[in-house]
Design a protein around this ligand. Structure first.
Ligand SMILES: C[S@@+](CC[C@H](N)C(=O)[O-])C[C@H]1O[C@@H](n2cnc3c(N)ncnc32)[C@H](O)[C@@H]1O
Length: 451
């Protein structure tokens, strides 16, 4: 490291990539430095913009060199060569969405796999070679894949939140959205600004829309959020304040393999339509059903995973807190002629606790869990260990909480008991549901090893 006259300017080399896509530079002279936009192996002249006790953050001023002077190539200590490419998006580095567009797509898949391996070792305490993480299933065409977009309006600008901020970053064309979705965004902008692009009427409209679902969660007067969703046929719906055009209510329809799913606007669906079938196939392969198993689908949404497996199961029970999604799941079961499924509306924690005392259902053979990013609560973990299904399939979009929960399911210590293994990991399959972003989906199969 070479300090210049300005104490905030450093010349540093990134050795690895953090899970938010920043290059990570470690040296004996500073705390660890996170540098968005710097690839492993690259040396950069950077400006420190934030100093904390244990880490600093810095901005790249200039990439000085790649590994061993090779132009444009980064490298990490494990020997993986990462190649820099020009980001396609004009707001790369400012928008909080695609933080990995400065490397090749195959490099992003390599790092996503590494993040999962490292989380399993560091957090789940899995021994290095005992679990093999399979290569990430990527997309052949990793652009224009999103079926849903949440946009933010600050009274003047319509766009996405910036990197680690609630500043709205505008864009002319988002390459994760279809051309039709981009056109819908431009129409929204015209609606909000009253067509003059200056924001006056939009701000008024936005104020008027305060308290609608679109405005929920947005901070400050005049701020609001709008969701646009598009189905496989390019049909779009808009969820937001009344000032906006677009169809409201009703369902959007998504074919997945042999099945068809109707999804209402308030219900969850995986955002990458073209990758949904890959996810369902992985779950079905890991479940390995023979025809008579009782399957629980916890956090079941519109029934995607449970119904995807239903033809090979004896019975499928879904549990989901969103009542509209439960209605969608029931509708989807009927629409696809599936009679051996039922869906329960409620929080997974509450329903599993009630089952403990009332034991309405027979214990499951296979349990699928697909919780939000926060992962499973200790109540759910405890209930799973109590019901002891033969297989637990964990579908996760957050490697850190996934690893935490796998660790809790593997290393169990009851009162007065020694720590022992209840479940072991036998399959780990990451799937890229969010190309160019720092997010990765992962399906893990755990099988019961004791009693
Ligand atoms: C990641 S989504 C998975 C949905 C579904 N498995 C799929 O693949 O489409 C998580 C779902 O869990 C639901 N959810 C969140 N917290 C919950 C809770 N405590 N109990 C029940 N459902 C919950 C959400 O409404 C959402 O539908």
């Amino acid at each position: 490291m070479d300090a210049g006259v300005d104490k905030d300017i450093l010349v540093i080399r990134a050795q690895t990539l953090a899970t938010d896509g920043s290059g990570v530079a470690r040296s004996s002279e500073t705390p660890v430095v996170f540098v968005p936009g710097l690839l492993p192996g690259e040396t950069g002249r950077v400006r420190v913009v934030r100093r904390r006790k244990n880490f600093w953050r810095a901005q790249v001023l200039e990439v000085v060199s790649g590994f061993a002077g090779q132009e444009g190539q980064g490298f990490d200590p494990k020997g993986y060569v990462c190649t820099r490419q020009r980001p396609r998006c004009s707001v790369f580095g400012r928008c909080g969405g695609c933080v990995l567009q400065h490397m090749r797509y195959e490099d992003t898949l390599y790092w996503k796999k590494r993040w999962i391996e490292e989380a399993l070792i560091r957090i789940a305490k899995v021994e290095g070679k005992s679990v093999v993480v399979k290569p990430v299933i990527g997309l052949d065409e990793p652009w224009r894949y999103r079926n849903k977009s949440v946009l933010h309006w600050d009274g003047v600008r319509l766009g996405f939140y910036g990197v680690r901020s609630h500043e709205v970053v505008e864009f002319t064309e988002c390459l994760l959205l279809s051309k039709g979705m981009n056109e819908a965004v431009r129409r929204l902008k015209r609606d909000l600004t009253g067509g003059d692009g200056k924001g006056a009427q939009g701000a008024k409209g936005a104020q008027g829309a305060k308290g609608t679902q679109g405005a929920k969660g947005a901070k400050g007067a005049g701020r609001l959020s709008v969701t646009i969703r598009e189905d496989a046929m390019g049909k779009r719906r808009v969820q937001g304040p009344h000032v906006l055009h677009g169809q409201r209510g009703g369902y959007l329809t998504y074919p997945v393999g042999e099945l068809v799913f109707d999804v209402s606007l308030g219900s969850f669906l995986q955002v990458t339509t073209r990758q949904i079938q890959a996810l369902v196939r992985v779950v079905a392969r890991m479940a390995g059903l023979k025809g008579d198993e009782k399957v629980w689908d916890l956090y079941s949404g519109v029934g995607l995973l449970g119904l995807g497996l239903a033809c090979d199961a004896g019975q499928v029970v879904g549990i989901e807190e969103n009542v509209q999604a439960v209605r969608d799941a029931e509708r989807n079961a009927r629409r696809n002629g599936i009679s051996k499924s039922c869906f329960i509306a409620g929080k997974v924690e509450d329903v599993l606790m009630a089952m403990d005392t009332e034991m309405v259902l027979e214990p499951p053979d296979v349990v699928i869990v697909d919780p939000p990013r926060a992962g499973l609560s200790s109540v759910v973990i405890e209930r799973l260990l109590c019901f002891r299904p033969e297989k637990i399939l964990y579908v996760s979009c957050d490697p850190a909480t996934l690893a935490r929960d796998l660790g809790r399911l593997m290393h169990v210590a009851g009162e007065g008991q020694e720590t022992g293994s209840c479940y072991k990991i036998t399959d780990v399959q990451p799937i890229d549901m969010f190309p160019w972003t720092a997010h990765v989906e992962c399906v893990v199969l755990m099988v019961r090893v004791r009693g």
